[in-house]
Design a protein around this ligand. Sequence first.
Ligand code: CDP
Ligand code: MG
Length: 849
Amino acid sequence: DTSTDDEDEGDDDREENEAMESRGRTESKETVSQCVDAEDKQEDKKEQPVAEEEVNEKNSTDEEKVQVKRESQPAIFIPVHRSSEIQEARLKLPVLAEEQVIMEAVKENPAVVICGETGSGKTTQVPQFLYEAGYASGIIGITEPRRVAAVSMSQRVAKEMNLSTRVVSYQIRYEGNVTEDTKIKFMTDGVLLKEIQKDFLLQRYSVIIIDEAHERSVYTDILIGLLSRIVPLRNKRGMPMKLLVMSATLRVEDFTENQRLFRTPPPVVKVDARQFPVTIHFNKRTPLEDYTGEAFHKTCKIHRMLPSGGILVFLTGQAEVHSLCRRLRKAFPFRRGHSSLPRIDLDNYSALPLDEGDEDREAEVREEEEDNDDEGSDLDLGDHPANSGKIQKEILRVFRSPPPGARLCVVATNVAETSLTIPGIKYVVDCGRVKKRFYDRVTGVSSFKVTWTSQASANQRAGRAGRTEPGHCYRLYSSAVFGDFSLFSEAEITRRPVEDLVLQMKDLNIEKVVNFPFPTSPSAEALVAAEQLLVSLGALKEPPQMERARLSCPITPLGRAMASFPVAPRYAKMLALGKQQDCLPYTIAVVAAMTVREIFEDLDRPAGSEDESQKLTQRRARLTQMKKLWAGQGASLLLGDLMVLIEHVCAYVTAGAVGACEFAGCTPKFCEENGLRYKAMLEIRRLRAQLTNAVNAVCPEVGVFVDPKMTPPTEHQVVCLRQIILAGLGDHLARRVQAEDALDPKWKNGYKTPLMDDPVFIHPNSALFKTLPEFVVYQEIMETTKMYMRGVSAVEAEWIPRLLPQYSHFGSPLESPSPWFCSTTGTIRCHRPSTFFRVGWQLPAVEME
Ligand code: CDP
Ligand code: MG
């Protein structure tokens, strides 16, 4: 019995490999026209597999030959000329002692795992080892889960190696300095994933290093799974490739002892940390609410009473970081060149780019320096080389030493836990918490919650204090509480929706996602939910009943087009439909605006002073007024919050008069006055350009361009846009509870969604708060004081059966009426399909009454 099972498994793997192999050879350049008639194309493929193979072989062999030739050259030691200062600093790094062991292991094995404490020199040194040992025949690629890390590390390594940034380069979502001469390339994990989609064998690379694997970010996990297949394939074809996985914790069993991942477990090289002892001080009691206040008192006390040495404070989000910085600034005003007392260096307060910025809903972003977009998971790589260089500037501030007479004090979120090592920290103040986004798998409701961190994270934080000398860690919680922490943080992939990943994997021709060698597999439940959503969006084809249990819905042409757009599947669907009625520029604008978080400043935050409170009130009034203008009247009002988005995006780029609004151009000042976040606006502009490129690449005949003078959509277009939005957000449909059903006061003005038992509401800030349309679609539900729908747009009842037959009930209302959908007065009538959706992908045919 067992042997049969094994054989089965082997077959499955082979199948998968072959699928991947053929994908690697084929350049995946599905254009829209190909997609539209790909039904036939797929048939073709089946009929003439040989011909197809030959063409592909022909296309790639030349390139491959060159590659093979280059790589079969003997490895030569490439000298690097480092300054003596750098050399001296390097020699102090623990990883240097392991150079030989690491290089031996790399030579003997296709995959190697390196474990070493943060600051031991993994990120900066290992790429240099490989370069010197002659592994730079192709590119040495290093992935980081965070953008800041990718940029700062590339700069650091270039400096250490005395090489130009043309050779040691980086690529993150919107910027990069990669050239033809690039030999060492730092990038975010999302960037590499995109590259795998273009070239499955990653032929330009000779080595891939997956850094910070302990963070278990989703893309990192998937990359490891993919590379566990790519590396053997490359070796089989005589194009050797090495994989290194680097982790800050010793907990690497998920990678090494996972039979599905690597047949032979990769060796683990341990780098002994030269860590100075850190004395841990627990609080006697654990403040349940005001840990920021507690952090303030602790920091003041350390600063007043303890000898010199930097302080690093860990809090959970940007709002907290800024409030603490403000309080500290007030308590210790720094005047340059004055008195001899040690002081806190104010310049370094907000120096650290903050983690989870994009997701930080309470973000209080007012200072221009504050970076908000260090969200590692940037799958989308635009064609936008070196953009602003802003991130670079900010990182330099972190590594700058404080002015004489000042004490370095950095207040940070968990970005400082392992990605960046800030020199000179002797005291760590740890609030013990972390802010995480939680998703309800069934309903898709997401909310940010501050929860206890894990023991492993708390220990990482403490370790930051012992880098250069013995240090102290002040934990703002009791040892009993610490004892209750989970040992490790769970892999991200197990707690987020995975539809985007599933679509990307299907596009890589990995049909049975359930068989994919994830280091930690998402739950079967999450995979099923993802496939169902993708089927309902038309990105996957529902398999015949028999195969359903095996979860292998094949990707459709629409799905392939959607996968090429760098946004989540729901938005990708909108882009795919957007070309009708000249709606594409608006669709792009609205999708860009929807995928950027927190466009409006949080004007409801508590004010620090009377003056500020007044200012906030004024700005709130102004924003409400602007929103009214933006939302418009009549037809456009029904587009609701999304009309507001379109209008402010238009307004921003036209910098002139739009509709009824007079704008002075979107300067930071303008944004502040109108309650818009300037940084979010910049991001929207970049995304618009990027999405426009993506649409043009998939669909060249459309020839859309970013029009700075976009006029507001016509009434006709508004209707079309509402339908496009419904088609994308269809599973986020909600219906207002009828008066007769709303006897329970909790349902007053409430909406019912298919999956939730409790009512959801239109937020008072929404453009549709007063209108209360019968049917709406929403972008997402955020749970604050109530379950509020965000990004609401009105839906006409008769569109639903046409665009969302899966939610519609056809036939007499008396026989099994679908309780949440059927109106009390009878079934929804369908009109004949109108001119909308006439071009482009056909929506599923609906049989109507
Ligand atoms: O990756 P790992 O945490 O093992 O260490 P690393 O990031 O390679 O850092 C090694 C050393 O380089 C640390 O002491 C950092 O403070 C230092 N470093 C630096 O001074 N400037 C940078 N931009 C990056 C690292
Ligand atoms: Mg590192």
